[in-house]
Design a protein around this ligand. Structure first.
Ligand SMILES: Cc1cc2nc3c(=O)[nH]c(=O)nc-3n(C[C@H](O)[C@H](O)[C@H](O)COP(=O)(O)OP(=O)(O)OC[C@H]3O[C@@H](n4cnc5c(N)ncnc54)[C@H](O)[C@@H]3O)c2cc1C
Ligand code: SF4
Length: 403
């Protein structure tokens, strides 16, 4: 099957706007009095305000509006599902097409980087100490909000680098390490300390609670779900989405080594697996899921991206069995209406059917000095939702600590 577009692994999918294009795009803004886009950003960013700044060539003002509201302003600009958030609310939707808010946000964040703007300042020490477990979006939001109030914050994470799913999940052509580094540098600039390669056990959680004024648990949903009793799921070549994406991002999958790939699942994570496999040189990538094409959970943008790279989509089929000897040779599928069945040849099968909390954190409860947020609290949504929860939790922690 020929690929419709060649995109090497890690190469940026969406080109950046230059100054001329950014000013042109900003000038399409209707400058609404009560800008609806500003109400529809979960992180509380005010696109109406930063777009106005870009129109007047006040790029620092634009970067300040974004950064002060959202510590992950650069990452969110790249990967927010903005077509169902701020851009969906844009008044120009009723005229022609919405303002490209995400791309204008990316432009302003690019200016921050180019001109080395330092926007956030840490607060004067208030004498309080907080530990955050997990260095994903929600902990980063909590940590930066508290550091602005002068709290001494330490983040603990089991990985080598900070970012959580941003760093080890989302495919790098949608979100580069450079963009993640820019946001992490803003957190570090607030004096937040990072203890990496350190997994916090349930016992250590109690110890951290004793040593700190509060502990925030932002460990996300780090374990993969699997279809119960799936026959053949233990064969060589069968994996789940998170280990697959992590292996790809850490350079552990050689180009062309995956062979024919079948992905089970119809969400954005499945689409990330498909585009990753294609960028790693697979010629045949099939994505199959139980929903119809109209009802599949993936956003249109992620679906079109994967299809554009060459993925084939098989909706309304469920997997019956992974077949093969020691190694996988294919997947048997049956249509949801029971009318037909088929077997797809495969060397690699990736189940992308959801994430869950790890065993040691699934029972953790909010109360006393323990606070919880991000995917662990909302069951897994978006980065901007994790930032929003983190901001809310930081406010609640500050109130509880009377700072
Ligand atoms: C493949 C994939 C693609 C996605 N694409 C998008 C997208 O395009 N747009 C979007 O908005 N959202 C997307 N999401 C959702 C988004 O990434 C999450 O909602 C967000 O990352 C949640 O943030 P978090 O801080 O709660 O958790 P996480 O990002 O999961 O971070 C938790 C961190 O805690 C660490 N940790 C876990 N247990 C421990 C422990 N015991 N000790 C120390 N550290 C620990 C983990 O290793 C991880 O680094 C995607 C999710 C996935 C899985
Ligand atoms: S953070 Fe995301 S939702 Fe909010 S304005 Fe920016 S792109 Fe839109």
């Amino acid at each position: 099957m020929p690929k419709t577009r060649q995109l090497p692994y890690g190469e940026k999918a969406e080109p950046a706007l230059n100054i001329r294009l950014a000013m042109e795009e900003a000038s399409r803004c209707l400058l609404c009095d009560d800008a609806p886009c500003s109400r529809d950003c979960p992180a509380g960013t005010d696109p109406g305000k930063f777009i106005r700044s870009i129109r007047f060539r006040n790029f620092k003002g634009a970067a300040m509006t974004i950064r002060e509201n959202n510590i992950l302003g650069a990452c969110c600009a790249e990967i927010c599902p903005r077509e169902r958030l701020c851009e969906k609310a844009c008044s120009r939707c009723g005229i022609d097409k919405p303002i490209q808010i995400g791309r204008l946000q990316a432009f302003a964040m690019e200016q921050e980087k180019l001109f080395g703007m330092k926007i956030l300042e840490k607060g004067a020490p208030c004498g309080k100490k907080v530990a955050c477990i997990g260095a994903g979006p929600s902990s980063l939001a909590v940590a930066s909000e508290l550091a602005k109030k002068g709290v001494d914050v330490t983040i603990y994470d089991e990985n080598e680098k900070a970012g959580g799913v941003l760093r080890y999940g989302i495919t790098p052509s949608r979100l580069s390490d450079e963009t993640i580094d820019q946001d992490i540098a803003a957190v570090e600039g607030l004096g937040v300390k990072f203890v990496m390669n350190h997994r916090v056990s349930a016992e250590e959680l109690a110890k951290l609670a004793a040593e700190n004024d509060a502990v925030y648990v932002g460990v996300g949903l780090s374990a993969s779900k699997m279809i119960p009793n799936m026959k053949g799921a233990d064969k060589k070549g069968v994996t789940t989405a998170l280990p697959f994406l992590r292996a790809a991002r850490t350079g552990k999958i050689a180009q062309g080594s995956l062979g024919k790939v079948v992905i089970v699942g119809g969400g954005d994570v499945a689409m990330d697996c498909a585009s990753t496999a294609l960028q790693l040189g697979s010629k045949d990538v099939f994505v199959t899921f139980i929903e119809t094409r109209e009802n599949m959970p993936a956003s249109q943008k992620e679906l079109f991206y994967a299809v554009d790279l060459g993925a084939s989509i098989i909706p309304a089929f469920k997997p019956l069995e992974v077949v093969g000897d020691d190694a996988v040779k294919g997947v048997k599928l049956a249509s949801m209406d029971g009318a037909s069945s088929m077997e797809l040849a495969a060397d690699t099968v990736i189940f992308a059917v959801g994430q869950k909390a790890t065993d040691d954190y699934k029972a953790v409860k909010m109360g006393g000095k323990i606070w919880i947020g991000g995917d662990l609290l909302n069951g897994g949504q978006t980065v901007v939702a994790a930032v929003s929860i983190g901001k809310g939790m930081a406010k609640a922690i500050a109130e509880a600590l009377k700072i």
